[in-house]
Write a protein of this length. Structure first.
Length: 317
């Protein structure tokens, strides 16, 4: 089985900018590009394979023809469908204040997965901020009243962000990416979002964008965040570069590598590896790899070499 290079899916939400074109060289065909879906096997966005035996096929078609366990690994069988979605996010403007439900609520109400995610900050302007939970614990009734009285922003926890910060956004955490942040997001394979506050903006139809107040009240944890805004692991020197654990949880594991030579990684029967190149240039086996490239290394591929001066994230299940 060969390494699969993936074509991203682009989204033109109103808060997007142009850094996915200017910094990553993507030809998105959009005036604003908010998100690049770099590993996507979802009804709202599906990667296709860019070359090789499966060129032009969707990732789902490869899973269907070859078998999910064979391609993605047996750990994926614990989930009803392919479990992870990975994005690049360019916030030229503030995203809406929002919250995601957990699995139980999402499956019961939306017939979707819930959505726990991480944000790894790739870049940020000097005054960039994120909203991450509440300043202090409040009741659901106080949350409802703050929304009605337009005082919600006063209750929320604002955090200045810098390149290299890591946010673990557990389902139920009220959050928002602020303008000027460039983010790699690794999340459950869900597009289920409840919008709480949107700065009075209107959509393409000229009408205010829909809010989901009652559902947000139902699922929100109205308390301060319980996680630090840093990777779980420290940088570790390895032969050929540096490795760092960003996060490890029941849903996914994400490591960062900075290579200035050559390293060897591998997959076995348990999981695929997804590689998202976030800087530099190099090779993955015989494939050229540059900033913004997305590669799916099938389960049981075995050992493979990555060389060059290149920084990338590796996600597995």
């Amino acid at each position: 089985m060969e390494i699969l290079k993936l074509n991203p899916v682009f989204k033109d939400y109103i808060w997007g900018g142009n850094r996915l074109s200017s910094d990553y060289g993507f030809e998105t065909g959009l005036d604003k590009t908010a998100e690049g879906w770099m590993l996507a096997c979802h009804k709202d966005g599906m990667n296709t394979i860019s070359s090789g035996e499966f060129k032009g096929k969707t990732l789902q078609e490869v899973f269907d023809s070859e078998g999910l366990e064979k391609i993605a690994g047996k750990n994926c069988l614990k989930f009803p469908y392919f479990p992870v979605l990975i994005k690049l996010i360019d916030a030229f403007d503030n995203l809406s204040v929002q919250v995601h439900p957990d699995d139980e609520y999402a499956r019961r109400v939306e017939n979707e997965f819930g959505k726990t995610e991480i944000w790894y900050v790739l870049d940020a302007v000097n005054d960039a901020e994120l909203i991450y939970g509440f300043k202090e614990k409040i009741t659901s009734q106080e949350f409802k009243e703050a929304i009605e009285n337009n005082t919600l922003l006063d209750k929320l926890n604002r955090v200045k962000v810098n390149k290299g910060d890591l946010f673990f956004i557990e389902a139920g955490t009220v959050h928002a990416i602020g303008k000027g942040a460039l983010i790699a997001e690794i999340q459950q394979n869900s597009n289920c979002t409840y919008r709480v506050y949107d700065y009075g903006r209107v959509g393409k139809d000229g009408k205010p964008r829909e809010l989901h107040i009652q559902k947000a009240i139902d699922v929100s944890k109205t308390e301060p965040p319980k996680y630090d805004i840093k990777p779980q692991g420290n940088e570790i020197k390895i032969s050929g570069g540096i490795s760092q654990l960003l996060t490890k949880c029941d849903l996914f594991t994400v490591n960062r590598y900075l290579v200035n030579g050559e390293i060897t990684l591998k997959t076995d029967e348990t999981s695929f590896n997804h590689i998202l190149v976030i800087d530099g240039n190099g090779k993955i086996e015989n494939e050229n790899a540059k900033k913004g490239d997305s590669f799916f290394i099938p389960a049981n591929f075995g050992k493979y070499k990555i060389s060059g001066n290149i920084e990338f994230l590796v996600t597995n299940i």
